[in-house]
Design a binder for this molecule. Sequence first.
Ligand code: PAF
Length: 313
Amino acid sequence: MSPERHAPTTVLPVIVTTAAELGARLDAARAEGRTVGLVPTMGALHRGHAGLIRLAAERCDVTVVSVFVNPLQFGAGEDFEAYPRDLDADADLAGRAGADVVFAPPVEEMYPRPIQTTVHVDGITTVLEGAFRPGHFDGVSTVVAKLFALTGRCRAYFGEKDWQQLAVVRRMAADLSMPVAVIGVPTVREPDGLALSSRNVYLSPAEREVAPLIHLALQAGAQLVADGETDPVSISSVMVSVLATEPAFDLHYAVAVDPHSLVSPPAFHPGDEVRLLVATRLGRARLIDNAGAIVGLPQTPYDRKADTTCAGA
Ligand code: PAF
């Protein structure tokens, strides 16, 4: 597993397109006692992905970045065809961040025939994103289960921006005893608070200008929780009122939920962890974001920093 060097400061990862080659390389690495880190992506890599890759590369001997736009997780009328694809740019960014291997299989390698077996995580997949994107999480858990099977024993790094996805993948790996440690990594943001997302490219300049209101709404909700508010409806209302100041948002939800069950209890209690989740359409883009807070525990500058950097795991 020796990545090809083409300039003193740049390391090109090996690009692998078949499951057989990926398995052979990773089995050989593990046979030598090397650990494997996996960063599953759909490409269009940005600084948020780079943070995940850097963390994997720091913690693991061999880092694999998968780049696969998974048709199973797109619904009718969603942006599967339009989803940005640029493998050269992705391999470049992945290599600079420390990836050794980019696994970029064609669709027919991942799904050589119509799939008859899918993975369904019950309960947490039908609410929030699941309610707006029926079947989406079955597509995600099925492809992630395949990526885990093809990669083998590893640590897998996922961004907290997709909080519900992270909860679904964690639950799947635990329920099915997969030999994978699932690690969530804090969201990376633009200086004005907008969470990095491959879909931000869909925003017009005017939409980009108002998009940071999503983070402001989450911060307002988090502040209320930190101040001791226990009523999920009141917390939701404050987030809704921030977003209502901008008519360009078509708000899908702004909720305060238990971070694991993703359900709003009748009331939170002092010391409870709360996850605030927002989804909104803004022009062509559908944006999601989230933040955490603890009831009655003042938000420290450290908490705010942890939400804006990629440190820790
Ligand atoms: O978060 C993503 O990019 C995708 O949902 C994932 C986890 C790579 C599965 O296709």
